[in-house]
Design a protein around this ligand. Structure first.
Ligand SMILES: *Cc1c(COP(=O)(O)O)cnc(C)c1O
Length: 363
């Protein structure tokens, strides 16, 4: 007897490795490894969540009508084309489940979000990783990889873990040059942080396409990571397919009400964006001053390149920081063994991590 035999592609899956939350031996822990909100969550969202506690015995609204309406109003989009999920991760998975058969190809740039190959492979899809340029997605390389078997293209824009983005024009060029039986998934998890005139999260493209899905999350700028709330916006056909295969009560009621409250709290949103923008600049300057190489970022994190010198490598820095209770993200699994990813924290955390990094570079 050998026990139940999983499907061959399931057997080969890697387990998703999240950011560490404990630094062994250190007294206090500063967690800057998962791109969580520096300012916590909107107080209004917390209040809405707590009030919902009175109704825990009730099933949530299966069509999350109010949340859809709030999103539709905020972004001036069609409520019927919005799909909400247990984090945007669920929506990425739903798309793979709907459009991928074993052997189909799924393209994404090198140094992309770890979930893409996992989601694709869960349904027997073949992950096709294409080279990027200077840690930025390269549209020509993506186009060159398209074949008859391509079903989905994933593009995180801005990208995690690199922090870079490509312009709306480049995204449009990509879309225009692929056949419309390929689903283009624009993962815009960090769109809320971007302050660039040539950037678009994907709403305009969804509105004129038959094959684009944009995904967004409440986990980053809105600070609701614990609630697992994400949403997608797609052309009507794709939206209706995803809606049909999701679980009926996939979004818990406390997440729905907290999400609605967060969308309305523009004060918190503006504060979070201003904090991020300020510290992106300061941290970048400090990192350059100490001889490190921050990759230009439009997100709430910075990918930092370390020297290829014994004692000063990213791995050495990671060990040094962990001993002092600072958790950054070292990503050797994503071919970034020479980098650490630093999430922007509170002022105190940012100043402290800069201090430790300076000591590391000078010792
Ligand atoms: C954080 C992140 C997400 C997912 O967030 P959820 O918490 O599942 O909504 C999706 N894509 C990228 C690139 C991310 O970094």
């Amino acid at each position: 007897m050998t026990g139940p035999e999983p499907r061959p592609w399931i057997k080969q899956l890697d387990v998703y490795v999240g950011g560490k939350s404990h630094a062994e031996g250190a007294e206090t822990t500063v967690k800057l490894s998962s791109n969580e909100s520096a300012l916590g969550a909107s107080p209004k969202a917390i209040t809405a969540y707590l009030e919902e506690a009175e109704k825990l015995h009730r099933y949530p609204d299966a069509s999350y009508h109010d949340l859809r309406a709030a999103l539709a109003e905020k972004y001036t989009i069609e409520a019927g084309q919005i799909i909400c999920g247990i984090g945007s991760d669920e929506i990425l998975k739903l798309a793979c489940r709907a459009y991928i058969a074993p052997g189909d190809e799924v393209i994404f740039p090198k140094h992309s979000f770890m979930m893409y190959p996992i989601a694709a492979a869960s349904f027997g899809g073949v992950p096709i990783e294409v080279d990027d340029t200077d840690y930025t997605a390269n549209v020509d390389n993506i186009l060159a990889a398209v074949t008859d078997r391509t079903r989905i293209i994933f593009l995180a824009n801005p990208n995690n873990p690199t922090g870079t983005y490509i312009s709306a024009k480049e995204v449009e060029r990509l879309w225009k040059n692929i056949p419309d039986n390929i689903l283009l998934i624009l993962d815009s998890a960090y769109a809320d942080f971007v302050e660039k005139d040539d950037y678009q999260a994907g709403i305009e493209l969804v509105q004129k396409s038959r094959n684009v899905l944009m995904t967004r999350t409440f986990s980053k700028l809105y600070g609701l990571a614990a609630l697992r709330l994400g949403w997608g916006y797609a052309c009507p056909d794709v939206a209706s397919i995803l809606d049909r295969i999701r679980d009926p009560f996939n979004v818990p009621a406390p997440a729905q009400v907290a999400g609605i409250a967060a969308l309305a709290d523009t004060n918190f949103e503006n504060k979070a964006r201003a904090h991020n923008s300020k510290w992106l600049g300061i941290l970048r300057g400090e990192l350059i001053a100490m001889g490190l190489e921050p990759i230009p970022s439009v997100t709430n994190f910075i990918l930092i390149k370390f020297p290829d010198k014994t004692g000063k490598t990213a791995e050495n820095a990671n060990e040094y920081l962990l001993k002092q209770g600072f958790i950054l993200r070292w990503l050797p699994g994503q071919k970034l063994q020479h980098c650490l990813r630093l999430t922007i924290g509170t002022e105190t955390q940012n100043r402290a991590v800069i201090q430790r990094l300076k000591e590391f570079m000078e010792h």
